[in-house]
Design a protein around this ligand. Structure first.
Ligand SMILES: [Zn+2]
Length: 392
């Protein structure tokens, strides 16, 4: 791994400093003669951004515009996607590489991607994204969730495919709406946590279920996390039920999540009730954020920029003060790292040598204005300049 001296940067908007990366990690002390230099020109240095939830296997980047005429229900989007996948040339390897390059250009150095596993595509998505993960290993870390997008118990054969995906090397066990899709919450969650226990993996569950139904599923997730001692290894993605207005239901759930060590992933969806990130932070619940699907059959939006996601978190949560915008940044950096179990994350000596340089005066300005032309470093290697990912 190359050594790199990053000169004249302001870590998290603080006083100017030089940052030395040796053997892929930040290190204190002087640089050896001849060490390559990256001039920071007074820009803010942020730790590498964490894209904590996306779907690399099924974006439509680089393909002709997809005319979206999908129905309003979740199941409409799920069924539509499986149908469209047969008609369009969505090659998971190619599409995942396209999106990963886009992510790197914006400053993400770690991506968690849910990858569809079902009885029609089998584990082809897992294999395609794993090929991208290997090809881009020097530029971004990619963590795969084996994700039963079309349901698990309702589609016999899916559990065996999830096992296959985990044996192939997917890091995390996925799940989806135990009541609303599988209609068997106990069976669904016992299977998901059973796989996690058997394979020694973490869990990341899509929970779109609203209100009391979502709260019930969340209680079952909390019970199983506690029983298996999985604090720090379970993420609930979306958790729209925490956005319901009744504090007598939401507050006990938030306390239980904090106590059980379960993290929440939010996209800060503008069109759904969402968890209140300030309340989660006050309660000590680790919170991360993600783009979710980018330009796919579900929706046309998204650009994989996690600074923009921090801004959306800010807009959705009415964050205005500078200290509140710092929370939004924390969610797409440290929060993501904690939720995904990335050890030694940050700009301190000993941490992984990832950073993104942003031309802003303060962290709050970086979130609010999302300056482009970023420089991105992965383990001491410059992987993007002027907002464009560099070829391998
Ligand atoms: Zn998702």
């Amino acid at each position: 791994m190359p050594d790199l001296l990053v000169r004249n940067v302001r870590p998290l908007g603080g006083p100017a400093a030089d940052l030395l990366i040796r053997d892929g990690r930040f290190e204190s002390g002087p640089a050896a003669p001849g060490t390559a230099v990256l001039e920071g020109e007074g820009r803010i240095a942020l730790p590498g951004l964490v894209e904590a939830h996306t779907h690399l296997d099924k974006n439509l980047l680089g393909l002709p515009w997809y005319r979206n005429e999908v129905g309003p229900r979740l199941i409409d989007k799920i069924d539509n996607e499986r149908a469209v996948r047969k008609a369009l040339p969505i090659d998971p390897r190619q599409q995942s590489a396209r999106q990963a390059v886009l992510s790197v250009s914006h400053g993400s150095t770690f991506i968690r991607t849910h990858v569809d596993v079902d009885t029609e595509c089998g584990v082809a998505g897992i294999e395609g994204v794993m090929a991208t993960r290997d090809a881009m290993r020097d530029r971004v870390d990619i963590d795969l969730v084996a994700f039963p997008q079309s349901g698990m118990l309702t589609r016999p054969g899916t559990v065996e495919l999830l096992e296959q995906a985990l044996r192939l090397g997917a890091e995390t066990v996925g799940g989806l709406d135990p009541c609303a899709i599988d209609r068997d919450p106990k069976g669904h969650l016992d299977t998901v946590f059973g796989l996690a226990e058997r394979f020694g993996r973490g869990v990341d569950i899509h929970l779109h279920e609203p209100g009391e139904m979502g709260a019930f599923s969340m209680e079952l997730i909390i019970e199983r996390t506690r029983a298996l001692g999985m604090a720090g290894r379970v993420v609930v993605s979306h958790a729209f039920c925490l956005g319901m207005p009744d504090p007598s239901v939401v507050e006990p759930l938030i306390s239980a999540l904090a106590e059980a060590g379960i993290a929440i992933m939010t996209t800060a969806s503008p069109s759904r009730p969402v968890p209140a990130v300030k309340r989660l932070a006050e309660a000590g619940v680790v919170t991360c954020a993600g783009s979710d699907g980018i330009r796919d059959t579900w929706g046309p939006y998204g650009n994989a920029d996690m600074l923009e996601r921090a801004m959306i978190v800010g807009l959705r949560n009415n964050l205005r003060r500078d200290d509140e915008l710092a929370l939004a940044l924390d969610i797409v950096t440290t929060g993501g790292a904690r939720a995904l179990g990335i050890a030694e994350y940050g700009l301190a000596p000993g941490c992984i040598g990832d950073l993104v340089l942003v031309a802003a005066e303060t962290v709050a300005e970086a979130v609010a204005q999302r300056p482009g032309e970023r420089v991105v470093v992965k383990r001491g290697r410059v992987v993007a300049r002027n907002g464009a990912a560099l070829p391998a």
